[in-house]
Write a protein that binds this ligand. Structure first.
Ligand code: FUL
Length: 685
């Protein structure tokens, strides 16, 4: 080859090289973070003395002997997680009560001091072995806040905690995630030495992803509902913030920060029950399949990882109510994401980066997020078109960015060809590791993914389309203060049919739509059922019986406007007595606006522990003129209301009255000075 040609070839090669290479954009994930993001869904386990004492936050003064599971089976936990499609388990090795689930030499509040296995047991040893057996990753939660350790609040505690960490991180094999809880509800001040703690983690577990409000591995999503923002950047500004109370604002935790300083993706934590720890009181409160699906789409579907808490019960196993629900969720997700329709499409893109063998349009539908397609530099708006020979019906769109090169997409939309014209069916913001759109059924031969804005040339690894089978959601029936009834189903798929004449609803009964007006101010019974027309599947029938609606009612006392919440037809809003009124009894007096023959009353307590004020002892009075009250129509106590705060129905001999008064005599929880009412009703039927 001539010299000039050589030069030319060299120049060309250089030019090509620069055209090929995709420059990473912004803060980038470590290899461990990319692997972590791919896990998507794993189990959280809360287990410890609280399991046995019915507490959420133990005080550290509990007798360690209370920890005594009768048939602890860590293999059952791991098997359940595996069958649920989870990729790992993170366990509360030490919660705020300081109790260690392993025989730590740095504590005297451990399994060694417990009754379990005569003090010879080690939960972490059993669980890490079970995880290994089932091919799951193992992670640990350790609370720096320690309500038991005598050195907590002194200069030496940080070293104690570092030693404790070291002990765990060197004894049970690889740890994929180190969970640092930011909660601290105590009065003792303890400045934490986070640098020291992080050094210990990385020294012994260099691939562990560290969780806290500010990472550095992954961040708290800002709520315990398991739901990330629809916009969700995996980058976060951390300067000036610290774990716990010093964490970033909730919005930043929930949505990340565009162009944030560090790669700290969101982890969505939520419990399958109302509490984090097991309690027999919540056996019937395991989240519904629909709620869990909302959580899945709100976390994994919004660029977050889902850590779903499944508490261990007092026997030392996962309760069948929880595992049954986990399997329902797995079956539904498997059925949903079984058949990627995009694989049958001819895929074209308006702008494809040239001279880069790694970039291929075909990579978009190859089912792997390790391969990608990208636009040329400076092209930040582009369209990928999927063309089908035969019409396809889909209701889920899955998009993934190749995050190793940074998170780039700021805005995108989805269009379909509808009767020869393009029709927009979704308009969204970020994608990240994974974005799943839950849509109604669409049937078309052309789908367009339009990226309308990006931080840099988009690098997309996957475009997938699915048809989720219709979900039958059991409808819920509510009535407002005026007597207007609404029926809702958590999933958009089914048709709801209803009756108000007591007969069983069928597909031929009136269909309920948001426009339907059902007015029952004088009361009545509504029955509803959800149907899937395609398969003829039907939900169980639900029935709601109403008495007189509180349309004409007015609170006479107390004077606070808040009191109206007790008679607004909405159990989600609560009246609670003034915090300054520190003495029982409390009372609520109501003018019904008309004289009715009363046969009883209903009291719906709040289930919100932060409000409290659940009433135990009561007296219920009636009056025709609001002046003379006489003896109570009923008096007594609401049985088992503390542990099971469900609506209470009290009957009495019929009496004509226009005014009613509920007197709260004693609280359900000792020393609770407040009284509260989510809803007060009357029985006339
Ligand atoms: C919180 C704790 O206070 C709860 O008890 C629970 O462990 C939850 C996951 O984190 O901050």
């Amino acid at each position: 080859m001539k010299k000039t040609n050589l030069l030319l070839a060299g120049l060309l090669a250089c030019g090509m090289a620069s055209a090929q290479k995709i420059q990473p954009y912004g803060a980038l994930p470590s290899k461990a973070q990319v692997v972590w993001n791919d896990m998507e869904y794993y189990m959280f386990i809360h287990f410890g003395p609280n399991t046995f004492t019915n507490k959420e936050w133990g005080h550290g003064d509990e007798d360690p002997k209370v920890f005594n599971p009768t048939r602890l089976d860590a293999r059952q936990w791991a098997r359940t997680a595996k069958q649920a499609g989870m990729k790992g388990i993170v366990i509360t090795a030490k919660h705020h009560d300081g109790f260690c689930l392993w025989p730590s030499k740095y504590s005297t509040h451990t399994v060694r001091e417990s009754a379990w296995k005569n003090g010879k047991g080690d939960v972490l040893a059993e669980l890490s072995a079970a995880c290994k057996e089932y091919g799951l990753k193992f992670g640990v939660y350790l609370s720096p806040w320690d309500r038991n350790h005598p050195e907590y609040g002194t200069a030496s505690y940080n070293q104690v905690f570092a030693n404790t960490l070291e002990e765990v991180l060197t004894s049970y094999g690889p740890v994929f995630e180190q969970w640092f809880d930011g909660a601290n509800g105590g009065n003792i001040k303890q400045p934490y030495d986070w640098d020291l703690f992080h050094k210990v983690v990385y020294k012994h577990q260099p691939n562990a992803v560290i969780f806290s409000d500010v990472g550095p591995g992954c961040r708290w999503v800002g709520n315990e509902n398991g739901i990330a923002g629809t916009t969700n950047w995996s980058t976060l500004n951390v300067k000036g913030f610290s774990p716990g109370a010093g964490g970033p604002p909730t919005k930043s935790l929930n949505e990340g920060n565009e162009d944030g300083e560090q790669w700290i993706p969101a982890e969505c934590d939520v419990s399958i029950r109302p509490g984090w720890f097991y309690s027999p009181d919540t056996d019937d409160k395991v989240k519904s399949l629909n709620t869990l699906l909302d959580i899945y789409y709100g976390s994994v579907g919004r660029n977050g990882n889902l850590i779903l808490n499944v508490p261990i019960d007092r026997d030392g196993v996962i309760h069948p109510n929880d595992s049954t629900r986990l399997m329902e969720l797995r079956r539904t997700l498997d059925a949903t994401f079984k058949n990627n329709l995009a694989k049958n499409a001819v895929v074209t893109a308006t702008d494809t980066r040239k001279n880069n063998p790694e970039v291929k349009v075909a990579h978009l539908t190859d089912g792997s997020n390790a391969t990608y397609w990208a636009t040329p530099d400076n092209v930040t708006a582009t369209t990928v078109k999927l063309t089908f020979k035969k019409p396809v019906t889909f209701n889920r769109v899955v998009l993934q960015e190749y995050i190793a090169l940074g998170q780039r997409v700021k805005a995108f939309s989805v269009e379909i060809l509808d009767n020869g014209v393009k029709k927009e069916i979704a308009r969204e913001t970020t994608i990240g590791h994974k974005r799943i759109l839950r849509l109604p059924d669409y049937t078309t031969t052309e789908v367009y993914i339009n990226i309308s804005d990006a931080k840099a040339a988009p690098v997309i690894s996957e475009i997938q389309l699915y048809e989720a089978p219709g979900m039958l959601a059991t409808p819920e029936i509510r009535r407002d203060k005026e007597g207007m009834v609404t029926i809702t189903a958590a999933s958009a798929d089914p048709e709801i049919h209803y009756t108000t004449d007591g007969t069983a609803p069928t597909l031929n009964s009136p269909m309920y739509t948001p426009q339907t007006e059902i007015r029952l101010p004088q009361g009545g019974t509504v029955k509803a059922r959800a149907f899937l027309r395609k398969t003829k599947a039907a939900s169980p029938e639900v029935k709601a019986s109403f008495d007189v609606a509180p349309a004409k009612w007015q609170v006479v006392a107390p004077a606070a406007a808040e009191a109206a919440k007790a008679i607004d037809g909405n159990t989600a809003t609560v009246w609670a007595s003034d915090k300054k009124e520190t003495q029982y009894p409390h009372q609520l007096e109501v003018d019904l606006g008309e004289t009715l023959t009363l046969k009883g009353f209903t009291y719906t307590p709040t289930t919100n522990e932060h409000i409290g004020g659940v009433i135990y002892g009561y007296a219920f009075y009636t009056s025709t003129d609001g002046k003379s009250w006489g003896q109570p129509a009923a008096a007594g106590s609401f049985a088992n209301i503390k542990n099971n705060p469900v609506p209470q129905t009290i009957s009495f001999a019929p009496v004509k009255a226009r005014f009613i008064r509920l007197v709260a005599l004693t609280p359900a929880t000792e020393k609770d000075n407040r009284a509260s009412i989510a809803e007060l009703g009357v029985i006339t039927k």
